[in-house]
Write a protein that binds this ligand. Structure first.
Ligand SMILES: [Zn+2]
Length: 588
């Protein structure tokens, strides 16, 4: 165990390094220095990606994979070196972020990951190896319309979550006609409250800005009236039909449910231009073997399944998730590795299930960052507290939260409550936390969010299949035939085919082929008992066989071949998601 002082010093050093990275004053090589101390609007993000692609033409290519509803480009930056064959034959790692418009910091994490790999190529052993062996497909924002809305217009920490396709949320025949308004002109949508003796809140005993729920027997002082806004369409309701009104992460074509079961699902799977573009991009790159979505918030590393009706994943795949997820908790010390439906909530038609269950890709969704108001809310043992202790602790937590807004954020993200004459509610007060005050990290912490989550992506990418041949054993038989014993090893945890993909036949199996002078594969079998020479027959073509189940993680598959040929024989192991490896043997 290291002493507290050592730990503090280490933290301080890390803090300084991150601060230097954030200020852009150390480039990791000679590349462009991007800053990670602010949020990029779509124009800035576009420029940053174009700069990266232009600075590293041998390693990066920028591609528009479609347009958002309002016509913004959906960018994918594709990263790999020219070594080890064409990109589509290397194991692929996919990253997307910001599907929810307000969950913006994932785009900075994605951009940072691309920037780190490019600027570290040739100097860092890991970055170099990863770009040589793998290909990265990075989509920093899936929802540029709402990203720009959130950054440039009056928004609140929780919205707009939707895309900007207009919807008739209140079914009055008009779309998006009653959204929130920035009535106090502070650039954010904050909250409305009203003095009300029948209300169910009262002021915090130590800070009148905070309202706390009354307890049985206590007298109410205030009512909460929700987001700032007026009744634009005169239907007696306020803010009931704002921009958009759906959830793209409920619109994927696996375990999709209609709107009355899963709110926000859309009319049918992939009905939005952004989800269509992502679907097509994923289908076009079947070499993708690992994937990462970025959301906010809560400090979670989430895996499938998103809903109980899907059942638990095959055990072999759970082991892969556990291996990566549990190590992720060390890379991201404030994050917990969890399962979506068990530990968060049920999601039908989510990206994480589509990617894993229809494409056979190991996929995590990280909920980035934890709000100060949520710290300390999930500690074992607290559930055994008596009611009074829990209540007093909740009062203290609210004070600590205000302390954070006052003394750490120095008042920037909190608007004091001011009186307002509301057309429906009369005398009210407007104020509260501003849009950058929750769910996204403050600027001074953004670089750490970026670096640690990029490190998690690189760890996962480094755990994609890494295949190699052991030296084959040749036995000469009669009649120009040879017995060739071949072992293919995988030195990483991810199998070359997920158990889910094998069980559901999601994509083609791995293929072992022979090439050479008159080379033919007469028969093939998977060696299941080398001492007794027992094999399980494999389906054979003229020059190849299908290796069902592929190569397990941290394991190997042994195949016994009966081949004909003369001279050099090239053995090719070709895996859709695990890449291609070759070795040459002499038939003599
Ligand atoms: Zn989200």
């Amino acid at each position: 165990m290291i002493s507290r002082t050592t730990r503090q010093v280490k933290k301080l050093i890390l803090g300084c390094v991150l601060l230097l990275i954030a200020s852009g004053s150390i480039g990791l090589a000679n590349g462009p220095s991007l800053s990670f101390d602010h949020f990029y609007n779509h124009a800035e993000l576009t420029q940053a990606l174009q700069t990266l692609a232009a600075s590293y033409p041998q390693l990066a290519r920028l591609e528009s994979i479609g347009k958002s509803h309002q016509g913004r480009d959906l960018w994918a930056i594709i990263l790999t070196s020219a070594k080890n064959g064409p990109p589509e034959r290397k194991p692929g790692f996919y990253i997307d972020a910001n599907i929810h418009g307000n969950e913006i910091q994932g785009a900075e994490v994605a951009l940072y990951t691309a920037w780190y790999l490019l600027t570290s190529y040739g100097t860092s052993e890991q970055a170099t190896r990863l770009l040589d062996e793998k290909v990265f497909y990075v989509v920093p924002t899936m929802n540029p319309d709402s990203r720009d809305y959130y950054i440039t217009k009056a928004a609140d920490p929780n919205s707009p979550r939707s895309g900007q396709v207009p919807m008739d949320d209140d079914r009055d025949g008009v779309k998006d006609e009653d959204g929130p308004e920035d009535l106090n002109g502070d650039g954010s949508i904050t909250q409305m409250r009203k003095k009300d003796p029948k209300g169910s809140y009262r002021q915090h005993p130590d800070d009148p800005r905070i309202l706390v729920p009354i307890r049985p027997g206590e007298k109410g002082e205030y009512s909460l009236l929700g987001q700032e806004g007026i009744d634009n369409d005169g239907d007696g309701r306020i803010n009931e039909d704002g921009p958009g009104g759906y959830d793209m992460n409920r619109n994927y074509g696996y375990n999709w449910q209609p709107n009355y079961v899963q709110r926000g699902a859309g009319d049918y799977p992939f009905c939005f231009p952004e989800t269509q573009a992502i679907r097509d991009f994923l289908l076009k790159h079947p070499n993708i073997a690992g994937a990462q979505n970025f959301h906010n918030n809560g400090g979670m590393i989430l895996r499938a399944p998103g809903a109980k009706n899907l059942g638990e994943l095959p055990l072999a795949d759970v082991r892969v998730y556990d291996y990566i997820g549990k190590r992720g908790e060390k890379i991201l010390p404030d994050y917990r590795y969890l399962t979506v439906y068990k530990d968060l909530y049920t999601v039908y038609g989510g990206s994480i299930d589509f990617i894993y269950s229809t494409l056979g890709i190991f996929c995590f969704s990280n909920e980035l960052d934890t709000d100060p108001s949520e710290r300390g809310t999930d500690r074992r043992g607290q559930s055994r507290e008596d009611e009074e202790t829990a209540y007093l602790r909740s009062l203290q937590r609210r004070l600590d939260e205000m302390d954070y807004y006052d003394r750490v954020l120095l008042g920037d993200q909190y608007t004091d409550w001011k009186p307002y004459q509301h057309p429906v509610y009369g005398d009210i007060e407007i104020g509260g936390v501003k849009k950058f005050g929750r769910r996204v990290p403050p600027a001074f912490k953004l670089a750490e969010t970026c670096h640690r989550n990029a490190a998690f992506c690189l760890f996962h990418a480094d755990q994609l299949p890494r295949l190699e041949f052991d030296t084959p054993k040749i036995t000469k038989l009669d009649d120009g035939q040879y017995q060739v014993d071949v072992s293919v090893k995988n030195t990483r945890v991810t199998p070359s085919i997920s158990a889910q993909a094998t069980q559901k036949k999601l994509h083609r199996m791995d293929r072992l082929a022979v090439r050479g002078n008159g080379a033919r594969m007469l028969a093939a079998g998977q060696l299941v008992d080398e001492y007794r020479g027992l094999t399980r027959k494999l389906d054979t073509r003229a020059d190849s066989c299908w290796v069902e189940g592929g190569i397990p993680g941290f394991g190997q598959t042994d195949v016994r071949l009966l081949v004909k040929g003369t001279g050099d024989l090239t053995l090719v192991y070709d895996s859709l998601k695990g890449g291609t490896v070759e070795t040459v043997v002499k038939l003599q």
